[in-house]
Design a protein around this ligand. Structure first.
Ligand code: KIV
Length: 272
């Protein structure tokens, strides 16, 4: 048996709690495959989310609803193979946890056992509390997700900012406090007013991770394919793009096609 220890200090749910206590911001990005997960892990990202946004980004669906548990496990297995340091969180997809806490536990256990991931994320508050409690009772760390919850898109009707009115804002605050009380290790706050994120972040002990939630969250998350400019049509106000890979890859492909067609590739150094 090998006794060699890895040099890398892994991010755990306790690391994140301490980061909030110290006021150190938490960085989180999505990844769905080995190659990109390895790159962002090497760069030092704290949390990698195997998001059900894979349904849009990887599979081309309009919503996150069609992706299955088997698909999520496949993506999570690929990501885990590329990660040495980050905490890997996997979304429970639509239809695998709502309204049935035993099914929720079963889904979470499959993700943990079959992928080797470190935690799961579920969308919703009080209405899914039983499912969250049951998953937590099995020792599986749970992250919540409040505000714009894309699995409920047909209930909302649009992807506009949530919780602008008092009633929805109060429910969100109550839900965040409930998730904190029952033992979630963090919560994503998606597309809600910055001042509400501030109030939530100051009212709970677990870290808040914003996406369109403003600067007062304890951390920030974005979809990696948006950050590196692989997606082209998606331009919400909260998004900051750091690369324009769609155009770069297209230009590189055009040059390659040109080189093949003209006979320039392969040249004498590119053959045996
Ligand atoms: O699936 C996803 O990518 C997410 C993020 C938007 C937080 O849930």
């Amino acid at each position: 048996m090998s006794t060699a220890k890895s040099e890398v200090k892994r991010v755990t749910v306790h690391t994140l709690k301490n980061m909030k206590k110290k006021g150190e911001k938490i960085s989180m990005l999505t990844a769905y495959d080995f190659s990109l997960a390895s790159v962002i892990d090497a760069a030092g990202i704290d949390i990698i989310l195997v998001g059900d946004s894979a349904s849009n980004v990887m599979a081309g669906h309009e919503t996150t609803l069609p992706i299955t548990l088997d698909h999520m496990i496949y993506h999570a297995q690929s990501v885990i193979r590329g990660v040495k340091r980050a905490l890997v969180v996997v979304d429970l997809p639509f239809g695998t946890y709502q309204g049935n806490s035993l099914k929720a536990l079963d889904s979470a256990i499959r993700i943990m056992k079959e992928s080797g991931a470190h935690a799961v994320k579920l969308e919703g508050g009080e209405e899914i509390a039983e499912s969250i409690k049951r998953i937590l009772s099995a020792g599986i760390p749970v992250m919540g997700h409040l505000g714009l919850t894309p699995q409920s898109i047909y209930k909302f009707g649009t992807y506009k900012v949530r919780a602008k009115e008092d009633e929805e804002a109060n429910k969100l605050l109550q839900d965040a406090m409930l998730l904190d009380d029952i033992g979630c290790f963090g919560v994503v706050l998606e597309k809600i007013p910055a001042l509400l994120s501030k109030e939530v972040s100051e009212s709970i002990g677990m870290p808040t991770i914003g996406i369109g939630g403003g600067p007062h969250c304890d951390g920030q998350v974005l979809v990696l394919h948006d950050v590196i400019g692989l997606t082209k049509e998606f331009n919400p106000r909260f998004l900051r793009r750091y690369l324009n890979l769609y155009e770069d890859i297209k230009a590189a492909t055009e040059r390659y096609i040109n080189d093949v067609k003209s006979g320039d590739f392969p040249n004498e150094n590119e053959q045996y």
